[in-house]
Design a protein around this ligand. Structure first.
Ligand SMILES: [Mg+2]
Length: 199
């Protein structure tokens, strides 16, 4: 499971540089725990152009991630992988690959798959931006899910890179577990149903 960080796992803060601003999206910790119980490797792939823009150092980013890891640990979650791209973009088209590692480039997903032994064709990409869904598509994942938290509400939901739209990470995870035949990883009330569908 490839997960975007900002606006997907933690609340969207533009150019988050202060660890005190780290806050999990409601239900995100429980959702990732459910994925791991069902046997999914959970890997965050995050564009951190704040580094390329000179607003954040690698050490500063590590401090942010320490706080995120602590918050995830309260839900029993240890991420299987955490990859970031420090590159700053020079244009705004979410479909244009400027650097192989910066989403929508597939580089972080491919590197994680190689290093962790993941099957990209059975993987999913979840994020709140077309950069995320295009990165998933470019890496040829099984499916992409746009979440409406973070910046997701402003996205063109008809974009060809999106396979499914979900309100938030818990809803995305319920859909994916259902699609993969793992409904039993969630309590009955949290499982995906036709009625829980947002579009
Ligand atoms: Mg995001």
């Amino acid at each position: 499971m490839f997960l975007d960080r900002d606006g997907t796992v933690i609340r969207h803060v533009p150019y988050l540089v202060d660890p005190a601003d780290v806050a999990l999206v409601d239900g995100a910790g429980e959702s990732i725990a459910a994925l791991q119980r069902a046997g999914y490797a959970c890997v965050i792939v995050t564009n951190q152009s704040a580094i390329g823009r000179g607003m954040l150092t690698e050490a500063g980013l590590a401090g942010v991630h320490r706080v995120m890891d602590e918050q995830l640990a309260t839900h029993g979650v240890t991420l299987d992988g955490l990859y970031h791209s420090p590159h700053a973009p020079t244009q705004k088209d979410h479909a244009v690959i400027e650097h192989h590692d910066r989403k929508p480039g597939p580089g972080m997903l491919q590197r994680a798959a190689a290093e962790l032994g993941l099957d990209i064709g059975r993987s999913w990409m979840v994020g709140d931006s077309l950069k995320d869904t295009h990165a998933g598509r470019n890496a040829t994942v099984r499916g992409t899910v746009l979440v409406l938290t973070g910046e997701g509400g402003e996205v063109d939901r008809m974009d060809r890179s999106i396979d499914h739209v979900a309100d938030d990470l818990p809803a995305a995870v319920a859909f994916i577990l259902h699609a993969d035949g793992h409904d039993d990883a969630l309590p009955p009330a949290a499982r995906w149903t036709e009625e829980s569908e947002s579009r």
